[in-house]
Design a protein around this ligand. Sequence first.
Ligand code: WTA
Length: 649
Amino acid sequence: MSKIFYPNREFSKQARIKNMCEYKEICAEVDDNYEAYWDKLAKEKIEWLEPYDKVLDESKAPFYKWFTNGKLNITHQCIGRHLDTRKNKAAIIWEGEDGSRRIITYLLLYYRVNRFANLLRNKFGIKKGDRVVIYMPMIPEAAFAMLACAKIGAIHSVVFGGFSAEALRDRIIDAGAKLVITADGAFRRGNPYLLKPIVNKALEKGCECVENVLMVQRNYEEVDMVEGRDHIYNDLIKQESEFCEAEVMDSEDPLFLLYTSGSTGKPKGVQHSGAGYILWAQYTMENVFDVKENDTFWCTADVGWITGHTYIVYGPLAIGATTIMYEGVPLYPDAGRWWKMIEELRINQFYTAPTAIRLLHKVGADEPSKYDLSSLKVLGTVGEPINPDAWMWYYETIGGGKCPIVDTWWQTETGGHIISPLPGATPIKPGAATFPLPGIKAEIIDKNGNPTPKGEKGLLCITKPWPSMIRTIWGDPDRFVKSYFGDCKKDGKPVYFSGDAAIYDEDGYIFITGRTDDVINVSGHRLGTAEIEGVIGHEEHVAEVAVVGRPDDIKGEDVFAYIVTKKDVDEATLIGNINALITKEIGPIAKVGSILVVPGLPKTRSGKIMRRILRSIAKGEEITQDISTIEDPSIVGTIEKLFKEKNRR
Ligand code: WTA
């Protein structure tokens, strides 16, 4: 049985949700009248330009619509409405890797975003509904760019700066972006690195949709500019007015696209709309992190991921909080950097990924003791399951045994937290995401909607629509229905299946066990095995390949490839070639950690690779699956033997 950690009494007293009775009361209220609950929240939390006429429209399910015909602009919610009471409050505190800082107050943010929005509208002719790709380092201009798009109704699609030119190109083309916003580069591990050349490369072919590139100068490195197409933000922005008329947006107008990996094919452009998304961003900031007026909130994600969207930019700003943005890596100049920042900036809520916690524990276990971390009130984790060791270190060493840890389970598709402890209420168990947030119907069921018995693995589904849910996959509504609503039903109705498996323990706590599909999670980054296999298949020696996740002490999972070669090659050359290709086609985050050259892959008679078997071998597990349907069952033993031999070496 896992140990239970009860919320700190002093903390609970001041928390928004103070105990499990209150939690259950809200859940009962939601059960009594689902829509009335969301109606109340939407009226309380959002400043509408025009009221909505229906809370939830299910007529075209699973294309659910929320707060239909309501009108708003997200930037009013995130900036404009705070100007009366918080104009001089720091909205964003940015820290460069070199230690320099920029503080942007709400009033200054308002001007910055207005100018940026004017530039997009006037100079580049960006209109409501146009797509803008943002490929930026972690600098405040990335947030300004997102908000500027929102102000004029353009749909932004932020692409993580670690993706390669090819990956960027695919996303630009799929979104049909008219404009790319980028930077010359930034700083990492003390050195300048470049982004603009990657944009140049991406635009070499197939991106006819792109009319202009706007480049922010951050490190002032020399980069190639294309006459007529490329423009320097730092020069142009000065001429723009500090006032800008916001576009009146419908609740269901798309706010952004964010590409994420699926189990098959190319990445999917997850589409979110404004009203429901911002409502949930705000609600979770308040209830999961319990952020108060004078608090300083730090989420260490990159804005290129959903966590950065919701918990660096939109969520903190929607509640008028102070959000931290850090440019660099956690180990620069040493493994104490983050703890130093917590001390100096007196951070109150700190939100990071288990991978980072494991890394900092491993390489700098003594570092935290050098700093005063007493400002911390709530700690959070996201992206992957956290192992009890890392959890305990986080709890005791970083949180001083007094800070609740909110282990938040959610996805790009859910927009915000779905299952998480409430810091003042939930007794926590290390490694458990605990219970669904009030308002959310998340359940572990089988394909037909029957609840999974305690202690047994089942499918993690969200059985009622929620406001911040994915609306569709950009340009591919069929794939949206198939990917998320094709597997599970409850009461005969298709319900959202997350792709994750989970378990209820004996007390009904939810423990996430990981993906059920061919998506792997490396350092909290979602990677599609099909995508990686596609790339490896282009290497000249490779005849066949199957990629699976293999447990890794720091990264959670690592990419492991089984390879059948068509000609002789030594392993070092092969892995070198493969990783060079992956870096080029996807980005370094998808590099393989190790490979195993095998004489064949286990396949069904119809030729389907039996990945489950390969996954078990990579994990060092006994093969318990039925292998009688394999065309050549002896291959399993051969691969197992090779695997063991290699790991003995
Ligand atoms: C995994 C990140 C265990 C899960 C916000 C999910 C988690 C995928 C947790 C989504 C958690 C996220 N515990 N696993 N607390 N949070 N995951 O879209 O497999 O980048 O499906 O969103 O990360 O990854 P994504």
